[in-house]
Design a protein around this ligand. Sequence first.
Ligand code: AMP
Ligand code: MG
Length: 499
Amino acid sequence: MLEIIAFNNKYISLGVGFYEKISPVLVAKPGLIKFNEGLAESLGLSTADLMPTEIAEIFSGNRLPEGAEPLAMAYAGHQFGSFNPQLGDGRAILLGEFVSPEGKGFNLQLKGSGRTLYSRGGDGRAALGPVLREYLVSEAMEKLNVPTTRALAAVTTGEDVARERLLPGGIIARIASSFIRVGSFEYFSAKGDAESVRKLADYVIECNYPQTRDTDNPYVALLQSIVERQAALIAQWMQLGFIHGVMNTDNMSVAGETIDYGPCAFMDSYDHNQVFSSIDRNGRYAYSNQPSIGLWNLSRLAETLLPLMHEDSDAAIAIAQNILESFVESYQENWLSGMQAKFGLIASSDKIKQHEDKSLIEELFNIMADNNADFTLTFYFLSRLSATQSSKHETEIRQLFGNSELFDEWLIKWRQRLAVQVQSDEQRQTSMQSINPVYIPRNHQIEAAIRAAEDNHDFSVFHALHEVLQNPYEEQECKESYMRPPEPNEVVRQTFCGT
Ligand code: AMP
Ligand code: MG
């Protein structure tokens, strides 16, 4: 047994109804693709002396570290609006919980580690493609300062998995502040098991929201805090053009981290209603729907907490409604302040000025939509424009808009708006460049990394892309190709969950 993680498992003490104890199924031939040494170190994991083969053994589930108490969590969830009372970790296994040197609690999970009680018809396995996608996108999100689960390791299994065709298998080891989902609460609530809802809420409070414990009603404070974190999170997604793709309640973390990277994608050209996910036929989880779906999911969470919030059900409903209404306000505040920063606008407390900024921002998005302007490049160039004079970047940004007159008119208004704020042009450009990325994990590049790995067992494309995404705000030498949108023949129109 290997002593690499000082496990301190708490979820397991909630009782048998919360999980199935189960070990990862052994795989034929674990091979290490990538190990996140920086993350391991920051989490205080003693992995420095391990050989790559040992790391692959551990994070494939073939060799359990000492203190691991593997289990699959039970949960339910609303999938595309319909309630499914029995989901759970069908292809993931929690190895355990531990505390980082900074005193923060974390969970370690393997995804793709074999069948569990909750696998239903599935094989409990993950194909290599989705493993690489989750690794790349979750680590990119971290570097873009978006709350997210982290990728600790990716391994090949040496076994094929059967999807539309046979594909090489993989496993991702991931880290989260919590793997509890909105659907975890729904699981017990739907069974009328109020006691377990309370136990789960107490567990989440202890692990993720200790500051709510000493309030008048910790469960009210818990809901309020979760709502605030989700409002902030979804606003950040919107600011980067990120589309989660499958915002079912079982894929919404109560810790406010982006979780369960499936058919997710960043948009290239801007479209309010962009959808990539092959299973999202009606666009329920389209880009512009994400905030309202966030609220819908949080409403399902609130329903499960009603009995804990007040003994009188009408009073409980009134409290919950208030909190849910605050989501809208909180989301709008986060959205506007984040967008103002993205556009280089210094926020004012004057409501009229705020409204004018909002119009200016929305106007550009409309012009972007009309011209299929690239989301990331638009802000890359905008961050490099002078407030007063034209430059090479001005020619380039105008090309993104097909030299549209509307864009030229907008640029004049933007510059007029900048002229009224007290800030040097250099300062504004520096601060805009610190939040408008040069590189995002573009779909076609992820696809190229997956193709090379799947078809030729070549991981160099994956490693090169990962490397660039480590510093998304810094222009890197000879990396222009990572900035550019796809050529017509490279466009990825659909993404898949790969389940
Ligand atoms: P998702 O929306 O992709 O996060 O998955 C929804 C549910 O399906 C979860 O309960 C997963 O654990 C389960 N699931 C997805 N893929 C598989 C698989 N290959 N085998 C077993 N269960 C799966
Ligand atoms: Mg999921």
